[in-house]
Design a protein around this ligand. Structure first.
Ligand SMILES: O=C(O)CCC(=O)C(=O)O
Length: 253
């Protein structure tokens, strides 16, 4: 990643179209996800697979891949903790019911300071038709917006949170179109959302949540949990998360 990309991230709050996994690598990870989906069922896989890097080795391998950590290092510094992982898998939805409302990630994560960074890895192709992620460039710069509840049924977010319409100017929203194996990175305070999947194709993305060690979890998150955080690169000089969760032998750091 170039210095320009890091600067763009500071200014825009996201980067997209980053080539990451080769076709054979992402085909392998997709086959692992397909197998997990067959075991767990689609209902669960839509948004119910959280922190499964703790028991599914392929997710741990993805989350600790040195190429992802290299990219994250450019935008957040050399000390990196994996906060959690979460699949967002949207299935063909002819009635266009399921969507992700405009929100900022760190709003209900209980972090202080409220700083986090997400790598969104495309397991399947992600495009406008199947409801790719959308962001509003620069919207991470104005602090945390007060979220309300969506009055539209089908919001996939954990507690139906939504930034009120009057605070969202989506006329400049950017669609993060990704090929399988590519990734985008977004700041935890950027306004982002996604539309329903109106295609006949699945849209599976793995979000990898990272924080720097100076960030602490001072409240439980919206699911009532403490994060199973792990140092995945560099040093932890703060000790905010004394318990380390290293479920599998580490990949290259
Ligand atoms: O994948 C999506 O559609 C939404 C992802 C998202 O909201 C997130 O990464 O926080």
């Amino acid at each position: 990643m170039t210095q320009d990309a890091a600067q763009t991230y500071v200014e825009q709050g996201f980067l997209t179209g980053i080539d990451l996994f080769s076709t054979s690598e992402i085909d392998h990870f997709r086959a692992c996800f397909d197998e997990l989906e067959a075991r767990e069922g689609r209902e669960k896989c839509q948004i119910g697979l959280q922190a499964r890097h703790l028991d599914e080795e392929f997710i741990w391998q993805m989350a600790t891949d040195s190429r992802i950590l290299d990219a994250m290092q450019e935008v957040m510094g050399e000390d990196i903790m994996l906060l959690s992982t979460h699949f967002f898998c949207k299935y063909p939805d002819p009635e266009a019911k399921h969507f992700v409302a405009w929100h900022q990630d760190v709003t209900y994560w209980g972090l202080e300071p409220p700083e986090a960074h997400t790598a969104w890895v495309a397991v399947d192709a992600s495009d406008v038709e199947n409801g790719c992620m959308r962001v509003i460039p620069g919207s991470h710069k104005n602090g945390i917006a007060t979220h309300g509840e969506s009055d539209r049924a089908g919001n996939l977010l954990s507690i139906n949170q939504e930034i009120p319409d009057e605070l969202v100017d989506d006329s400049h929203a950017v669609d993060l179109v990704l090929a399988p194996g590519q990734m985008s990175i977004h700041d935890g305070q950027i306004f982002h959302a996604s539309n329903p999947n109106t295609s006949n194709r699945r849209r599976c993305g793995l979000t990898l949540r990272y924080i720097a060690p100076h960030v602490a979890q001072v409240e439980l998150n919206s699911l009532g949990n403490k994060y199973p955080t792990t140092l995945v690169r560099g040093e932890d000089r703060y000790g905010n998360f004394p318990e380390q969760h290293v479920p599998f032998a580490s990949a290259a750091r």
